[in-house]
Design a protein around this ligand. Structure first.
Ligand code: 2PG
Length: 215
């Protein structure tokens, strides 16, 4: 049975400031680096064989720390990038106009085709992250990959495996450097395919990032 670990990158400057990143980028904070070292320590104990990361800076920075602990190379995969949030990228959430907040809400409460102007729909995101996950099945027998990606991208992956619409990702709290695990099982009596073993575990962190409500 293939076990795939999913890690959201460490806290960034813009996460802490409540600014929208999407496919724009900001560096990890000191706390974000500390979280990355703690998730790396946990990853080392899990026998990770491959680290596959979104090619954005914050995920590469997190992946480098995990790779150092696990002694693996990093494979970059742009399909693991965060949702493209179009014209709202780089904006502070507290400065959005009513109309802009409405665009953001279509993602939160959403419809499959809802998108921020010049951005990507949840459906489009779902297709590319599912394709990246499917490629893990081509790794050699006995591999145990760890994917380093983003809050919405990973939430979308877990939601759609559960049979929920992609926009249900906002119902999952995947904090910075949380770990989730999904397994690929083939079974005559249980569901065959991807199964969620755990989601959003932060028991390895002594400095979890606050969730958005607490900031
Ligand atoms: O892009 C962002 O602002 C957030 C949204 O959840 O994603 P990330 O996980 O990259 O911080």
């Amino acid at each position: 049975m293939l076990q795939v670990y999913l890690v959201r990158h460490g806290e960034t400057q813009w996460n802490a400031e409540r600014r929208i990143q999407g496919q724009s980028d900001s560096p990890l904070t000191a706390k974000g680096e500390q979280q990355a070292w703690q998730v790396a320590e946990r990853a080392r104990s899990l026998g990770i064989t491959h680290i596959i990361a979104s090619d954005l800076g914050r995920t590469q920075q997190t992946a480098r720390i995990i790779a150092e602990a696990c002694g693996c190379d990093i494979i970059l995969d742009p399909r693991l990038r965060e949702l493209d949030m179009g014209v709202l990228e780089k904006r502070h959430v507290d400065t959005l106009t009513e109309q802009e907040e409405g665009w953001r809400r279509t993602l939160v409460n959403g419809t499959e085709d809802g998108r921020i102007p010049q951005g990507e729909s949840m459906q489009e995101l779902s297709v590319r992250v599912q394709a990246a996950l499917a490629d893990c099945l081509k790794l050699p027998q006995g591999s145990r990959p760890l994917l380093v990606s983003h809050g919405i991208a990973l939430g979308c992956l877990v939601s759609t495996i559960l049979g929920l619409p992609a926009y249900a990702e906002r119902r999952l709290r995947l904090r910075n450097c949380s770990i989730s695990r999904i397994d690929y099982q083939e079974s005559p009596w249980l569901a065959s395919g991807w199964v969620v073993e755990m989601a959003g575990d932060i028991s390895h962190l002594d400095a979890p990032a606050l969730d958005e409500l607490q900031r």
